[in-house]
Design a binder for this molecule. Structure first.
Ligand code: PMP
Length: 429
């Protein structure tokens, strides 16, 4: 249902869903306050408009001779260039359009050279924690309590490995639980000093900060469109071409194959592409790629310095607004004042987190998330106890020891954050 737009709804980049009215348990309705950007951000109005303008004209990409096929092929390949520029990739890098961050990291896991060792902190999102188990030897690093300790922990682990074999480090840029920024550049330097490569899980970083593959000196970067103000179903893996080029295609099929011919013995010979197409078999998600590129342009035009400054002000508004409420305890690894993106998790003494999140929704029309946020080892550590397997990813157990996460970004009006602070204060009282 749509209600009249709230004049206090202001955000630097308008998003969809600003006028959605939701019912309150106390009667009446209120415009929905989407404060779960870390899970999925609303699409930018600009992204939606760009997609709507293109949608009537789309055609099959790569092999079509018709005008619309050529148009779509150009838009798809231009989107690849736009996103590579947005990430400040090296000229020799490859950018593969995938379905999501999870898909990107699984693709890289499938492309690891033989005998590759993987090093990953236990604090990662499951998408960055789990794909490597298939690949072979994985070392899970203990959660650090400062950025410097993260670097020292990685240095120590890498120093103990056989320096001749291939190795990969996987790190997050910003935690999906605490929002804290990780020392990516320093971790990349440590990895390279020990002959290892590094992939950056930038799912929570790209929507909030400029990411330069060159400046951070990471080998790959992975992210999802739906957290970057574009729709679901498209993601990116960008970086070094060699491991990707040497790997078996992620999916076998048309688009990945250059030539296929029957052999005299009855089998088939296949020559695969050596470009990104090698891992993009099947008809690609052109609209998804176009939407990501549109979001990249909009964010670049708005300017990450301005976006980050505004978001930091919103984080401060939450922290200061709740500073005199001792029942609210924020979760952090690196300290409560550590630099972070617009993602904060907390528990409320005397409250079950699921009930608290439900009350925010029912009584104030505020959408947050509760649970273990697909980062069970991290949240368990931060909560200081074992949750007994409850709080499944995406299906929080109402009785579990969970946390609550509030997250926002470029489309968040100040009023949503103010309403959240007021709601927390009222519920606690
Ligand atoms: N990494 C991080 C840090 C995330 O926050 C998420 C999503 N919550 C993912 C990876 C996985 O993203 P997706 O579900 O889009 O694959």
């Amino acid at each position: 249902a749509a209600v009249a737009a709230d004049p206090s709804v202001r955000s630097p980049l308008p998003v969809l869903g600003r006028d959605v009215a939701v019912p309150l348990v106390t009667g009446g309705e209120v415009t929905y306050a989407a404060l779960d950007y870390a899970a999925s951000a609303p699409a930018l109005q600009r992204v939606w408009d760009d997609v709507a303008a293109y949608a009537p004209y789309y055609g099959s990409v790569h092999r079509g001779a018709g005008y619309l096929s050529q148009l779509s092929t150009d838009l798809f390949e231009n989107a690849r260039r736009t996103v590579a520029e947005f990430l400040d990739c090296r000229v020799e890098d490859q950018l593969v359009f995938t379905r999501s961050t999870t898909d990107s990291l699984n693709l890289l896991a499938a492309a690891l050279p033989d005998g590759c060792e993987v090093f990953v902190f236990e604090t990662e999102h499951h998408a960055a924690l789990l794909p490597w188990q298939r690949a072979g030897r994985v070392t899970f690093l203990d959660a650090p309590d400062s950025p410097a300790q993260a670097v020292a922990t990685l240095e120590r682990a890498l120093a103990a490995r056989d320096p001749h074999g291939p190795a990969l480090v996987c790190v997050t840029g910003a935690s999906n639980v605490t929002g804290e920024l990780w020392p990516v550049r320093e971790l990349a330097a440590a990895a390279h000093a020990h002959g290892a490569r590094i992939v950056l899980d930038a799912a929570q970083l790209v929507p909030h900060r400029a990411v330069s593959v060159r400046e951070l000196d990471v080998d790959w970067v992975a992210f999802s469109g739906h957290k970057l103000y574009a729709p679901f179903g498209s993601g990116v893996l960008a970086g070094r071409a060699d491991w990707l080029r040497d790997a078996e295609p992620y999916l076998a099929g048309g688009g990945a194959s250059r030539t296929v011919a029957r052999r005299a013995d009855g089998g088939v010979d296949v020559r695969w592409h050596e470009t990104a197409a090698r891992h993009e078999a099947g008809s690609p998600n052109v609209i998804g790629a176009y939407a990501i590129a549109s979001a990249c342009k909009a964010l670049t035009e708005a300017g990450f310095d301005a976006l980050a400054a505004r978001e930091e002000a919103l984080v401060r508004a939450v922290r200061e607004g709740l500073a005199d409420v001792p029942e609210v305890r924020f979760l952090s690894l690196f300290g409560e004042d550590a630099p972070r993106v617009g993602v904060l998790s907390f528990v409320v003494d005397g409250w079950n987190s699921s009930h608290f999140a439900a009350a925010l929704s029912a009584e104030y029309g505020i959408g947050v998330r509760d649970g273990l946020f697909c980062a069970h080892p991290l949240v368990r550590r931060l909560l200081g106890g074992d949750t007994g397997g409850a709080g499944e990813c995406g299906a929080p157990d109402a009785g579990a020891l969970n946390a609550i996460r509030v997250s926002f970004g470029a489309g968040t009006p100040e009023e949503h954050v103010a309403r959240f602070v007021r709601a927390v204060r009222e519920l606690v009282r």
